[in-house]
Design a protein around this ligand. Structure first.
Ligand SMILES: [Zn+2]
Length: 314
C-alpha cells in the first residue's frame, strides 16, 4: 500500500503455498523497496520512509545470513543498494500492528483477497512469481513444530488410556516436558495450543478470518496471548499468582517474575512458554482460568480451513 497523489495505490501478490506470515512480511518489505526505486527514479525523490509492523522483518533485512527469509533479505538489500546508488536515502520505521494506522484496514482487505486467489475465486491478484516457487525455511520450521505437537497429542492420548482423571506418566526419561505430562489432559492440550499459537483466543480467530480481536472477558480491543496472561481484567487474581505470588506447598512454584528475574512487561510470552521452569505456573494458571478453552463458536472455527493470510504490514 502506498499513499500517492491523494489516494492509496495497492499491489497484492499470492505467494504460493508453503510460506508463512514471516515470508509475507519479508516479501512485502522487499517489494516496498523495489516500488520505492521505481517511483523515485521517475519523480526525483531524495528520501524514502518505509513503515513496517514486524520487528522480526526489520531485524532480518540487516543480515544476509542463511536461515528463514534469506532470499527476501537479499532482495531487499539489492533494491536498497539501487536506491543508495542513486543517492536516495532509505529509512525504516517500526509501527505497532493495527494501532489505528490509516490504511491498515485496507492492507488487511488486500491480503485477504490475495489469500483467496488460490481458491480460484479472485482474478485480480498476481500469480505466484517464479522466483517465489520454493518451500520457505519458516514454513519448514512450523511444520516441524506441528509434528512435535502431533506427537504431544498422541502422548496425551496414550496417557488418557492409563487412567481417567490423572495422567502420571513418566515422560521425563523420554526428554519431554515432565511437568506438562503429569497434568490433566485438557490443560496440557491448552498449554501446547497456547505455546504453538493455535489456542482459541480472539487473535487466532481473527488470523483465520473468524470474528474480531476483542477480548470476550474484559472487552479490551485486542485479545492476544500477551493480553490474556498479563493484562486481561477478567483474570487479575490469577495473573498475580502466575507472575508474582506463586504457590506454596508440595506442588508449589515461584512466580515467573521471580524465576526469570524480570518484570512481566519485559518477558515475551514466547520466551515464558519456552522456559520449562515456568511450565508449572502456566499450567496452574490454565487450570484456574478458561483461557484457551474451547467454546461453541470457537470449535466451529477450529474445524474450519486453516489457510492463513498475512498482510505483510506495509
Ligand atoms: Zn481481556
Amino acid at each position: 500500500m502506498v499513499w500517492k497523489e491523494e489516494r492509496w495505490y495497492k499491489r497484492r501478490v499470492h505467494l504460493g503455498r508453503q510460506k508463512e506470515a514471516f515470508d509475507a512480511e519479508m516479501y512485502a518489505m522487499s517489494e516496498a523497496v523495489k516500488i520505492a526505486d521505481e517511483i523515485c527514479s521517475e519523480k526525483g525523490v531524495r528520501r524514502v520512509t518505509i513503515f513496517m509492523d514486524s520487528q522480526a522483518t526489520l531485524r532480518r533485512i540487516q543480515l544476509d545470513e542463511p536461515g528463514p527469509g534469506q532470499i527476501l533479505a537479499l532482495r531487499t538489500m539489492n533494491w536498497e543498494s539501487e536506491l543508495i546508488d542513486k543517492n536516495i536515502q532509505v529509512e525504516y520505521w517500526w509501527v505497532p500492528a493495527h494501532k489505528g494506522v490509516e490504511g491498515n484496514k485496507e492492507v488487511d482487505l488486500q491480503a485477504m483477497k490475495a489469500a483467496y486467489k488460490h481458491c480460484g475465486s479472485y482474478t485480480e491478484t498476481q500469480n505466484p512469481l517464479k522466483h517465489l516457487n520454493y518451500v520457505s525455511f519458516a514454513h519448514i520450521n512450523r511444520r516441524m513444530t506441528e509434528v512435535k505437537w502431533e506427537e504431544s497429542k498422541n502422548k496425551i492420548k496414550e496417557m488418557g488410556k492409563k487412567s481417567k482423571h490423572s495422567y502420571r506418566y513418566d515422560l521425563v526419561m523420554k526428554g519431554s516436558n515432565g511437568v506438562t505430562m503429569t497434568s490433566q489432559k485438557s490443560i496440557a492440550a491448552r498449554f501446547y495450543q497456547l505455546k504453538t499459537g493455535h489456542a482459541i483466543i480472539a487473535s487466532y480467530l481473527r488470523r483465520i478470518g473468524k470474528g474480531d480481536m476483542k477480548c470476550w472477558w474484559c472487552g479490551h480491543e485486542y485479545q492476544t496471548r500477551d493480553h490474556l496472561f498479563k493484562w486481561c481484567k477478567g483474570w487479575k487474581r490469577e495473573q498475580k499468582r502466575l507472575w508474582v505470588d506463586g504457590q506454596k506447598g508440595e506442588h508449589g512454584y515461584e512466580g515467573i517474575e521471580k524465576v526469570l528475574k524480570k518484570p512481566k512487561i519485559s518477558l515475551p510470552m514466547s520466551l515464558v512458554f519456552a522456559e520449562e521452569k515456568c511450565s508449572q505456573a502456566l499450567l496452574d494458571f490454565l487450570s484456574v482460568t478458561d483461557v484457551g478453552r474451547i467454546s461453541g463458536v470457537a470449535e466451529e472455527a477450529e474445524n474450519s480451513d486453516h489457510e492463513e493470510s498475512s498482510d505483510g504490514g506495509v
